[in-house]
Design a protein around this ligand. Structure first.
Ligand code: ZN
Length: 254
């Protein structure tokens, strides 16, 4: 015997009605997507020179450059490079978890450019906590959004400081909450808890404003570059986002 319909209501089974509802929903979804794409002001991409509206990423409007797919942190990095980085032709650059848009800008300007990752696919397969490289062999090391994946980030920072040449620099950025005095980390958390606390199953901590102290503890002098106006509105940056630059004491090499 068939079960009685809940609350005396028959389930909706009319195929035409179902089709009509699906079409209405699809059109509403398309309209919302178009609103997202067409929403917001126009920006200038400092990475590739595109001018116009940026595309949404995960339903957040105005994040991705439609020409080069740069995100706010890539554009911030490019502005820092334009204003503060003087790379001699002889420079040796090591780029962890390399962003192609940033790599394409650096590779033609330097003597040696290598990508690196703990996973296969990069020029060099390297563990950031045990770098198979001699002391002082890198003039510029880039690791954007990498350290939050590394279990012993203090050891990674010490390794970064070791392989930097005197005067060399490391460009480091991480997800962080500026209003937290200290980094939140708990090695006992499982993947689902990490997603809850750190927004990503693969992140091992969410940094607070003690992040630059960890860089300094490795023996590097810390500078920062902050996304301020008018750059934020002109280039579609994340307001207040920061990249940190760790400088190894010595005559500047890069
Ligand atoms: Zn672009």
């Amino acid at each position: 015997m068939a079960a009685a319909p809940a609350f005396g209501l028959a389930p909706q089974r009319d195929p035409e009605e179902r089709e009509r509802k699906l079409r209405t929903r699809a059109l509403a979804g398309l309209r919302a997507w178009l609103d997202l794409v067409q929403a917001g002001p126009e920006h200038l991409c400092p990475v590739c020179g595109w001018h116009g509206r940026f595309a949404p990423v995960r339903e957040k409007p105005g994040l991705s450059c439609p020409a080069c797919d740069s995100r706010p942190r890539h554009r911030l990095m490019k502005l820092w490079m334009d204003r503060h980085l003087r790379l001699p032709r002889t420079a040796r650059v090591l780029h962890f978890a390399a962003e192609p848009a940033i790599g394409a800008l650096i590779r033609p300007r330097v003597a040696e450019y290598r990508t690196a990752d703990i996973a296969p696919g990069a020029d060099l397969r390297l563990d950031l906590t045990a770098l198979d490289l001699p002391d002082g062999c890198v003039d510029l090391l880039i690791a954007n959004h990498v350290l939050e994946h590394v279990a012993d980030d203090r050891r990674a920072l010490a390794e970064i400081a070791r392989v930097l040449a005197p005067g060399g620099r490391a460009v480091l950025s991480v997800p962080m909450v500026d209003s937290w005095p200290r980094t939140h980390e708990d090695p006992a958390l499982g993947p689902e808890e990490r997603r809850l606390y750190y927004t990503d199953r693969l992140h091992l901590r969410l940094y607070g404003r003690d992040f630059p102290d960890r860089i300094a503890a490795a023996g590097l002098r810390v500078e920062e570059f902050v996304a301020c106006e008018p750059d934020v509105s002109r280039h579609g940056l994340k307001r207040g986002e920061r990249i940190f630059i760790g400088l190894k004491p010595g005559p500047q090499s890069a």
